[in-house]
Design a protein around this ligand. Structure first.
Ligand code: ZN
Ligand code: ZN
Length: 364
């Protein structure tokens, strides 16, 4: 028995469909038949070699939804309910968080555990079918499966996908209070979900800054009260934000753009004593210039990073789609579906911003 999977052989190589042997399921393992796997900006960075520690050849696709096709032993969810073949599930793409290191046990920031492995990113094709761009995904023992809650359409969850999960973590870091003003820098999948979750959190003004225009229009559907395009110079954008906040700047600014300079802009857009959350700099795109006196110290601002996701972010992302999936158009974030053989077209569509998000459908 073999399965087909889109594989990136080395940095810069086009994805090619390869055949892989089905894994031997050890006790506690399962095999998913993939329904949807996402293509996000990280996958473009993986093709271009902008992430350190990636073992090529690689089967990309870190967030996916599938049907349990086989399993060995009894696998239970966190409520104690057993999984059965035929259940529709997603899974925490992070595996082998050790619960035995300084980060896990002392500082309790498990997303910084040095032992964690990520499906589709730091597991390579030589490790097995451990990426979502594949007809089947091997759930190694210990991988945390999450059942699709009642009423959650898999297509809606994958539309939110890793952007939504990342946004849940960023919202935890942002700690937005009712009625506060929020600026979101970046209108990609992460920024879109941050706009939606800010609105659901009872923010006042939610201003999305980014581009191109189709993304800004979508941000309005996600709940943005105003949008500003990148064709406008940064000083003019800042003037609009000040005008909308009585000259003070926003209470909270969340950077989800990936451009290093956006962090400096975030510091200009936040009010004195406000908070800046940086979650868009997932790959190293270089340095930026900041005036520490004017932009940080004198402004008395708080800056928080945000790295990776844990189980709680996945779990709560599913709860959010269950409750708000009919109101927030997550499903429409990813309207373009691609078969395995067209994985390169999917990457190009994401890289060129032709689509906000692309989806690989290996079994359609
Ligand atoms: Zn992603
Ligand atoms: Zn650890």
């Amino acid at each position: 028995m073999t399965y087909r999977a889109a594989t990136i052989a080395s940095v810069g190589a086009a994805a090619r469909t390869e055949e892989y042997a089905a894994p031997e399921l050890e006790p506690g393992a399962a095999l998913l038949h993939t329904l949807f796997a996402e293509v996000c900006g990280t996958d473009v960075h993986l093709r271009d070699g902008r992430l350190a520690g990636v073992p090529y050849p690689l089967i990309p696709g870190h967030v996916a939804v599938g049907v349990i096709a086989a399993h060995r032993g009894v696998l239970r969810d966190i409520h104690g309910q057993a999984f059965n073949d035929g259940d529709v599930v997603t899974f925490l793409d992070v595996h082998e968080t050790c619960n035995n290191c300084y980060e896990c046990l002392v500082t309790k920031q498990t997303t910084r555990c040095p032992h964690r492995k990520v499906y589709g990113i730091t597991y390579g094709a030589h490790d097995g079918l451990l990426g979502g761009w594949s007809e089947a995904i091997w759930m190694k023992p210990g991988v945390k499966l999450l059942r699709m809650p009642q009423g959650v359409e898999p297509a809606a969850f994958i539309g939110g996908g890793c952007g939504l999960v990342t946004a849940v973590h960023a919202m935890d870091r942002a700690e937005i209070k009712l009625g506060q003003s929020v600026v979101v820098l970046g209108a990609g999948p992460v920024g879109q979900s941050i706009v939606a979750l800010s609105s659901l959190s009872g923010a006042g003004d939610v201003i999305a800054i980014g581009g191109p225009q189709n993304r800004l229009s979508f941000a309005q559907r996600m709940g943005a009260t105003a949008t500003i395009g990148l064709e406008m110079p940064p000083a003019e954008r800042a003037a609009i934000v000040r005008e909308r906040t009585r000259g003070r700047g926003a209470d909270v600014v969340i950077e989800a753009s990936g451009a290093p300079d956006a962090v400096s802009q975030a510091l200009d857009l936040v009010r004195d004593g406000g908070r800046v959350v940086v979650c868009g700099q997932y790959t190293d795109r270089g340095a930026t210039s900041i005036n520490p006196h004017l932009q940080i110290n004198k402004k008395h601002v708080e800056i928080r990073g945000c790295w990776g996701s844990d189980y709680s972010h996945f779990y709560r992302a599913l709860e959010l789609v269950a409750r708000f999936g009919s109101k927030v158009p997550w499903r429409e974030l990813a309207v373009k579906h691609y078969p395995l053989d067209e994985a390169n077209d999917a990457l190009d569509a994401v890289a060129s911003q032709e689509v906000i998000k692309a989806i690989i459908t290996p079994n359609l």
